[in-house]
Write a protein that binds this ligand. Structure first.
Ligand code: NAD
Length: 479
């Protein structure tokens, strides 16, 4: 299969005629060829987005909401295809792709269609005047997304950007381009206005960098690694582009001594190993009160052992492959480093060779490492794979100090029978999102984003709608 860029409502080849191979990481097979686009393709896409802007931004909010609802319905009728394509492109289990990726890609459009209707009118009365705030579109916006939740994260940006009247140039990860292409096919099938959404495929250093540098792209919403985020900020900030940066994490799962240990063990295993640990919110550091450590470890290992690593195409697989052979090498090198740093592998610790058709797939057993210092490299650097380190603490204050001991601050969870204590600990953790007695329990109205090196800004609900608008205050003096 060869896919093309989607520019001005048409599927078109990259101007240089160059294509990249795209692989299924669970088999190693080439599934498709994708455009290796350059700044020239981005320039065409920006032109198409600019041409489409006047008509799209002139639609009423309710007309744009209707379009979001139409897109959601069209995706809903093809949700099994989304799940199949996403599972093949990422190596994630089909049941996860159905429950999470396909479902959320649809609900992102449904949610922002509904949420845009609830936007409060902002007015501020003065003694002698009234202020009121209107939201204007920004113009052409650039969206750049990673490979771990491809259509889920792309639509999380597309839906609010569209509903607020912007037109879009987006670049999905070169490792997982297929569901973005599928979305373009769906849009073409419902006669979505041409040029409003343009998707350009290719490498970050070429197509991605060209989005950052293009002077007519007025805002950038980027989700990806912290080191790429630095490049995004360094390029876009001097051009005074509006920026939203959703970056990496090294999140703590904190098990207090009064927690229900069986529930906490299952929660910690899910937080560590969902999507092979390739969710920015994954709890890759498990902090356990020393009083219950010995009782907790076997429960955690039991919970991990119930997770079946298998062919992602089969319904009973819980853990699939990691994203690529290169990423597998990186993750395995961290496991070797952990051994050198004095860590003991208490679960997993190696590559898994599965039977055909997955014998060339990039599978790693879910791995838990104990005995490492909380400041060791494996406990502080984002590995972004099925590897968690486990550490003992004494007292809640030490747990909080350990949780805050990295450059990241995205998410975390606290497990306890005492909700007041759980909230008190959660409030002291330096992260944008904390859960008490649960993990990845999402209400799309809430602010989502990180502190420290995990990002700048918030997305979700009103925060997304405000990001994708120019808020304009008009002050009217009384007669
Ligand atoms: P990445 O930073 O390598 O790539 C992300 C995107 O940026 C890709 O589309 C890539 O092509 C593009 N890119 C790379 N270099 C670029 C450049 N110079 N200019 C413009 N674009 C460029 O990240 P990844 O490996 O795809 O994804 C994994 C990372 O994403 C992890 O660090 C993870 O924590 C993070 N992530 C964060 C969140 C969040 O919400 N905070 C969500 C998911 C993933």
């Amino acid at each position: 299969m060869q896919i093309e860029n989607f520019i001005g409502g048409n599927f078109i080849a990259p101007l240089n005629g160059d294509y990249l191979e795209n692989h299924n990481p669970a088999t190693g097979n080439v599934t498709s060829h994708i455009p290796n686009s350059t700044a020239d393709d981005i320039a065409e896409a920006v032109q198409a987005a600019q041409d489409a802007l006047p008509a799209w931004s002139a639609l009423s909010l309710s007309e744009r909401i209707e379009w979001l609802e139409k897109i959601a319905q069209a995706l809903e009728s093809r949700k099994d295809e989304i799940a199949n394509i996403e599972s093949m492109d990422t190596g994630k289990p089909i049941n996860l792709a159905r429950r999470v990726d396909a479902a959320r890609s649809i609900s992102n459009f449904e949610f922002f269609a509904k949420h845009a209707e609830t936007l409060a009118e902002l007015t501020y009365e003065m003694d002698d005047a009234t202020n009121y705030v209107i939201r204007k579109p920004i113009g052409v916006v650039g969206l750049i997304t990673p490979w771990n939740l491809p259509l889920y994260l792309l639509t999380w940006k597309i839906a609010p950007a569209l509903v607020m009247g912007n037109t879009i140039v987006a670049k999905p990860s070169e490792l997982t381009p297929l569901t973005a292409n599928f979305l373009c096919e769906v849009l073409a099938s419902i006669d979505f206005p041409k040029g409003v959404l343009n998707i350009v495929h290719g490498l970050g250093i070429n197509a991605g960098q060209a989005i950052l540098e293009h002077p007519q792209i007025k805002a950038i919403s980027f989700t990806g690694g912290t080191s790429t985020g630095k490049i995004v900020a360094a390029t876009a900030a001097p051009m005074f582009k509006k920026l939203s940066l959703e970056l990496g994490g090294k999140n703590a799962t904190i098990i207090l001594d009064d927690a229900n240990l069986s529930t906490a063990a299952k929660g910690a295993a899910r937080a560590a190993f969902t999507n092979s640990g390739q969710v920015c919110l994954c709890g890759s550091r498990i902090l356990v009160d020393a009083k219950i450590y010995d009782e907790f470890i076997p429960l955690l290992i039991d919970a991990v052992n119930t997770m079946k690593v298998g062919n992602p195409a089969q319904d009973d697989s819980d853990i699939g492959s990691v994203i690529s052979p290169d990423h597998m090498k990186k993750v395995l090198s961290y496991i070797e480093l952990a051994k050198q740093e004095g860590g003991r592998i208490i679960s997993g610790g190696e590559r898994m060779i599965l039977p055909q058709p997955n014998s060339n797939g990039s599978f790693i057993a879910p791995t838990i490492i104990e005995g490492l210092g909380i400041d060791s490299r494996c406990a502080t650097e984002e590995i972004f794979g099925p590897v968690a380190t486990i550490h003992k603490f004494t007292g809640d204050e030490e747990a909080i100090r350990m949780a805050n001991g990295t450059e990241y601050g995205l998410a975390g969870s606290v497990w306890t029978a005492d909700l007041a204590r759980g909230k008190s600990v959660a409030e002291k953790v330096e992260s944008g999102i904390l859960w008490v007695n649960t993990w990845l329990h999402r209400d799309l109205r809430t602010p989502f984003g990180g502190v420290k090196n995990s990002g700048v800004g918030r997305e979700g609900g009103d925060w997304s709608l405000n990001f994708f608008s120019e808020l304009t205050n008009i002050c009217v003096k009384d007669d």
